[in-house]
Ligand binder design. Structure first.
Ligand code: NAD
Length: 252
């Protein structure tokens, strides 16, 4: 699906990003894996190379505009251009209630979860080849409140504002930008360190309402939105929570 294409995935040292980078490589893409934890990104890149894929790992703090530009330059230099970007890096942090918010957490969360996608989208708009696409990982907490993470929810709500607002500018350059809003996904972010093996997409587990999802469930949606098959979709937020938010009481 992505033979000859070059893709950037942020937050690709773990969880959803790692699964997406591996799936993109399986489908023929050359992948630049960007993560603040370059050791973990390099481990995923080495795995891709061992499976005969093309991958390069780089340290990148998505909150830094310079780091985003550096990653774009490296992808263009190494792989000859950029065809798609998955802006997936994010942080959750410890649970906290609204009446006990720790304001010291505001700037770090906004830096990674909001400034990160804004930096990434601005860079992508300048550098991704026409016909390409950008996907951002938001959250179910972008369309519903999260009482145990009000700042996290606010950053994710804001990301949808960016994606929707940016769609016309992306369209004007022959590009698209969309968001995925995952429900609960079993990754280290929520304390699950066991890694589900990648399977053929037709063999993905059919889940009960609300999941939990495997990282690959989200990876497959990212691949679709990054591909030309999703040419009609721009500025949208795709909720992937196996029906949790579809109806009141759906998860009970
Ligand atoms: N796991 C869930 O239940 C869930 C649900 C909804 C949304 N999400 C979102 O999915 C995305 C991926 O999360 P995950 O569950 O795979 O978590 P994860 O913790 O497994 O992976 C997150 C990755 O992002 C990297 N990262 C953190 N800060 C960074 C920074 N400043 N710059 C670059 N990389 C950075 C981490 O090193 C890590 O490799 C996040 O945006 C998260 O908010 C996760």
């Amino acid at each position: 699906m992505f033979a000859g294409k070059a893709m950037i995935v942020t937050g690709s040292g773990s969880g959803i990003g790692a699964a997406t980078a591996r799936r993109l490589a399986c489908e023929g893409a050359a992948v630049l894996l960007a993560d603040i934890d370059v050791g973990r990104a390099e481990a995923v890149a080495a795995r891709i190379r061992a499976e005969r894929g093309r991958a390069l790992a780089m340290r990148c703090d998505v909150a830094s505009a310079e780091d985003n530009e550096m990653v774009a330059a490296a992808c263009a230099g190494e792989f000859g251009g950029i065809d798609g970007v998955y802006l997936n890096a994010g942080m959750l942090g410890p649970a906290e209630s609204f009446d006990a918010i720790d304001m010291a957490r505001f700037d770090p969360l906004v830096g990674v979860n909001l400034r990160g996608p804004l930096n990434g989208m601005a860079t992508a708009l300048r550098h991704v080849r026409p016909g390409g696409a950008v996907v951002v990982t938001a959250s179910l907490a972008a369309v519903m409140g999260l009482p145990s993470g009000p700042i996290y929810a606010a950053t994710k709500h804001a990301v949808l504002g960016l994606v929707r607002s940016a769609a016309p500018a992306f369209a004007a350059r022959g590009l698209r930008v969309n968001a995925i809003c995952p429900g609960r996904v079993d990754t280290p972010m929520i304390g699950v360190t066991d890694e589900a093996p990648l399977v053929s997409p037709e063999e993905l587990a059919v889940l009960p309402v609300g999941g939990p999802l495997d990282p690959q469930h989200i990876a497959e949606i990212a691949l679709f939105l990054l591909s030309r098959a999703a040419a009609a979709i721009n500025g949208q937020a795709i909720v992937a929570d196996v029906g949790m938010s579809a109806a009141i009481g759906a998860g009970r």
